[in-house]
Design a protein around this ligand. Sequence first.
Ligand SMILES: [Zn+2]
Length: 219
Amino acid sequence: MKYFLFLALLPVVLAGQSSELEFVNPKELIPDIVIDLRYSSADHSFLNLPEGDLKLPKFYSANECLLVYDAVLRLKSAQDSLRNIRSFDGREFPQGIGIKIWDGYRPRAVQYLFWEIYPNSTYIANPNSGSRHNRGGAVDLTLIDLASGAELDMPTAFDDFSTTASHSYTNLPEAVLHNRELLRSVMTTVAGFEAYDSEWWHYQTPGSGDLPLRDFQLK
Ligand SMILES: [Zn+2]
């Protein structure tokens, strides 16, 4: 009987393993998550382009987020937890707190472009070894009020490549420190992501450095 049970469960276990590598749009499991892929528009401050240069490039062909299934499951547990918060740090959240994604899977070709413009390995992974984003295992995100869609105040804007973006930077208003800590604690303690010290917005799944590097454009 035990042997039969083992054989019966084996396909489920194997299917579970392979699906962790599959790319999934987080919207499929988390309908109220907000996707705002900044590199699919010119709405990003990245690359230290000269002040006044408004012709910022669009690096992605679509505002479509993809992540490995494991990352999406972890995000779902984070959002499920945040959605239940009705009051935080003296503020009311009638529909709870939610997640807004700024970046997920990033084609490796785009990583080469980033590196060409800003070859600083604190903030941009060398494309020769690849980024967790190129593997679908990293996500850049912030918190929002689900009722209004407004972002919670955080230490910096997305892609602010300065020490102010570091988790160890503390010369900030109390409310900002609390918001950053809420994001960090939910993402690491509830969802099991790893934080990245230099960027408060970046989280990655454990072991995602071993996932295959990918290079396809979003449709
Ligand atoms: Zn990132």
